[in-house]
Each structure stands twice: as C-alpha cells, then as structure tokens.
Design a binder for this molecule. Structure first.
Ligand SMILES: [Ca+2]
Ligand SMILES: [Ca+2]
Ligand SMILES: [Ca+2]
Length: 287
C-alpha cells in the first residue's frame, strides 16, 4: 500500500509522456501532410504554366471548364468572365482577367483535387475556395514581388512580402502566425523584366534615405534614373541589380516613385508619402 503514490506517479508520468509523444507524432504527421500538399500545389502551378503561359491562384488549381452551373461558381475557370493569372515575366497579375478556355494555351484542369472539407467559402481571409493547410489556415501564394492576393488582384508586402526571389507556397504552420514553424515550397524564378516590389519607408520626411527593391535595375546607375512623379531624383547613394538606396530630395512632395531603365519606367509607381519632420511643426508655430 505504501508504494501506491509512487506507482500512481509513475503511471501519470508515463501517460503524460505518451500524450506528449502522441501530440508530437500528430504534429509531425500534419507537417508531412502539409509538405506533401505544397509539393502537389507547386507541381500543379508548373503544369499550368506549361499549358497556359501563366501561374494562377491556388484556388483555381482544381477548376475546370464548366459547361453547366457549378455548386461553387469559383470552380469554373471562367467564373466572372475570366480568371486571374500571374505573368512570370513581371511577377504580377496581368491587368485583365484571362479567358483560358480556348486553344492553343488552354486550361487543362483540374490539376489537383481539393476535398470539400478542406476548402472554405470565405477563404479564411485570403481567397474563397482556396485550400487550407492541416491547421485550417490558407496556403499563401507568393510571387518574387510579394503576397499574391487573388480577390483584390494585388501583390502586397504582407507576411513575407518580397523576401523571396522565386515563387512560393507558404503555410504558417501549427501556430498559424509568421514564425519559425512556417513551411515553404519554392518554384518558378525571378521576373525576366524590370520589376519593382517595395519602397521602404513608404512614408518619410524629405532628406531621409529610402530603399527600392526589385529586379533588373542593372549593376550600376549609368543612364538609369529614379523618378518621383516623373521628375528625376539625382544620383542614388547605391545602385545594385536588386536594390537602390537614395535620399529623398528637399523638393519632394507625396507621389509615385519609379525606376527608369533603358528609357522604360517601372510600373506601377510605388507610393511615397512625404511627412513633416519632427522639427518642422515647432518651427511652424513661430512663423
Ligand atoms: Ca476559380
Ligand atoms: Ca477551385
Ligand atoms: Ca508559424
């Protein structure tokens, strides 16, 4: 009888160890599922590129050319009169939706099958009909320029922004936020044409340094220019193929920043908001 507490303690410890091990096993299994699914998604994207010349949304990958109304209209590749596609040359959405129903560059999907229980009609804040990871959050699609948002047709600097130089499918992992447990699967390559992805900071007083990131700026400035609403900002502080650092000139007002290489300005312009420096408001009080 004296040994009961000890035995009970050992038993509890053993059960606890089992539970922890079980949880780790389940976690590992979920991660393996996610990695497998991400491989399927990126392979499907590469096949879509071969068939159509574009990458497209994760939601689209199970779409078909529908000849009758579908339960989920978004699973018709021509829903809303055409689909959003990403141009591998620019890393951006094409300006218009594309009708991919006709040869020669024709939609041959579905390229994958999504279980109905694994998609969500509200898109979990990302894209209705997109596949969710094993933890119930969307797999996110990144281009080399940032997060591809299919509903808005935008590329944003949310989450990993323009940190990758290739395309990527990303799962935020078990904790559902950006952290060390995130999973990545890369595919495709950098844009083949001049492309800008970010201006940091996007809001600043004049006289401060700012950084433009993107592709194909060239190894040095040469005859290339930085423009603010079409007006030339002088020599950059530093110029590299992916990154330019410059000082915001004293004459600057809020507007759009572009990099012009070979006479061609980057599109779209990156918004720069000029704010008052800290000293200015006080100085103004004494005017
Ligand atoms: Ca679709
Ligand atoms: Ca779909
Ligand atoms: Ca995470």
């Amino acid at each position: 009888m004296k040994n009961w507490p000890l035995t009970l303690g050992l038993l509890l410890g053993f059960l606890l160890a089992c539970a922890t091990e079980e949880r780790a096993r389940a976690q590992g299994a979920a991660e393996a599922v996610a990695e497998q699914e991400m491989a399927v998604l990126t392979d499907a994207e590469e096949t879509v590129l071969l068939d159509t010349g574009f990458y497209t949304t994760i939601e689209n990958l199970d779409d078909l050319i529908a000849y009758y109304p579908l339960n989920n209209p978004f699973d018709d590749i021509n829903d809303q009169g055409g689909t959003r596609v990403l141009d591998p040359d620019t890393g951006r959405w094409t300006p218009d939706r594309k009708d991919l129903r006709n040869p020669p560059m024709q939609w041959m999907g579905p390229y994958v099958v999504f279980q109905p229980s694994r998609i969500t009609l509200d898109g979990a804040g990302y894209d209705p009909g997109t596949l969710l990871d094993p933890w119930g959050r969307p797999y996110y699609l990144f281009t080399p320029l940032g997060l591809a948002r299919p509903v808005e047709g935008t590329i944003t600097l949310e989450l990993y922004g323009d940190r990758f130089d290739r395309y990527a499918v990303v799962s935020l992992g078990p904790d559902g936020v950006m952290s060390g447990d995130d999973l990545f699967r890369f595919f495709g390559s950098a844009p083949t044409r001049l492309a800008v992805s970010s201006l940091t900071p996007s809001s600043s007083p004049v006289g401060q340094p700012a950084t433009i990131r993107g592709y194909h700026f060239g190894a040095s400035q040469g005859a290339s220019r930085i423009l603010l609403d079409g007006r030339e900002i002088g020599a950059a502080d530093s110029w590299a193929d992916h990154e330019i650092v410059f000082h915001i000139p004293a004459w600057a007002t809020s507007g759009g920043v572009q990099v012009e290489v070979g006479g061609v300005p980057s599109q779209p312009p990156l918004a720069l908001a000029i704010t008052l420096s800290r000293a200015n408001p006080i100085w103004r009080q004494y005017q």
